[in-house]
Design a protein around this ligand. Structure first.
Ligand code: PAF
Length: 285
């Protein structure tokens, strides 16, 4: 059954209050729509953990540092509602813009520190936009639990820190990245790749896996970067914004995985910006 689509905060609050009175827990899956199997895995996790599930769909203008990217971002509300139908979610919250940013809106939520690197460095203002809208969605939904994909690992960390610092009583769960059979991490932006671009973008994941294996075998990161950048360029990536090995708790740069670590990459294919990250096994011995 298709879930009700709510566009006004008062309607969402009405539903949420009734659930709270009944002692039911609420899970939220914040999205910008163009739902794919990665989002649906978050919905599944939310359904398993919470009595009630709200999926939010809001293309948040404040987190786009590139006007063209905002205009071109896929908007597929009807398809999204159909994709959600089999999951039996309780509400789809698609707020009208003034429900998030009413006339005269003046508040910004900014998480300092690990927002300076990677996505934060290359997309100025992006994480302020994310932290602001997610804080609002957490408060508006009153959810007990929230579910985010690890593909946006840095975002997951920012959101967790924001909720903790602002005492928003919500548990933030990170769910594994879902990949195409080719290994390409699922992303709404993949919709904008040509078939040839998709095939070439799929070279990214095996390359990350091979670097991870070499690091786990004792090789030092800086000796691998040059050849890997060359291989990415040969695959057709036009701009490799970053390729970093970082500790997964504080995002400090590492040369070897002496602590739990992840490899992070952002690169452009066919004019589309793609990001990915994978866990790197810790050095043994
Ligand atoms: O990951 C996303 O789709 C967005 O950044 C989010 C978390 C829905 C906030 O707009």
């Amino acid at each position: 059954m298709t879930a009700p689509i709510l566009r006004r905060l008062e309607d969402l609050r009405g539903m949420q209050k009734a659930w709270m009175r009944a002692g039911e827990t609420v899970g939220v899956v914040p999205t910008m729509g163009a739902l794919h199997a990665g989002h649906l895995s978050l919905v599944e996790a939310a359904k398993a953990a919470s009595d009630r599930v709200i999926v939010t769909i809001f293309v948040n203008p404040r987190q786009f540092n590139n006007a063209e990217d905002l205009v071109n971002y896929p908007r597929t509300e009807l398809d999204d509602a159909e994709k959600l139908a089999p999951f039996g979610v309780d509400a789809i919250y698609v707020p009208d813009p003034d429900q998030i940013y009413p006339e005269g809106y003046a508040t910004n939520v900014s998480v300092a520190g690990f927002t300076d690197v990677m996505e934060g460095e290359h997309r100025p203002g992006h994480f302020d936009g994310v932290a602001t809208v997610v804080a609002k969605l957490f408060l508006q939904t009153g959810a007990d639990q929230a579910f985010f994909g690890q593909k946006d690992y840095q975002q997951l960390m920012v959101v967790r820190r924001m909720a903790r610092d602002l005492d928003i009583p919500i548990e933030v769960t990170g769910c594994p990245t879902v990949r195409e059979p080719s290994g390409l991490a699922m992303s709404s932006r993949n919709l904008r790749l040509s078939p040839d671009g998709l095939a070439r973008a799929a070279r990214l994941y095996p390359l990350l896996q091979s670097i991870a294996a070499r690091l786990a075998g004792g090789e030092v990161f800086h000796t691998l970067i040059g050849p890997v950048r060359d291989q990415l360029a040969a695959a057709g990536f036009t701009d490799i914004e970053y390729l970093d090995l970082r500790c997964e708790k504080r995002l400090e740069q590492l040369e070897t995985p002496i602590r739990p670590a992840r490899l992070f990459v952002a690169a452009w294919m066919d004019g589309i910006r793609l990001i990915d990250n994978i866990e790197v096994p810790a050095l043994t011995g």
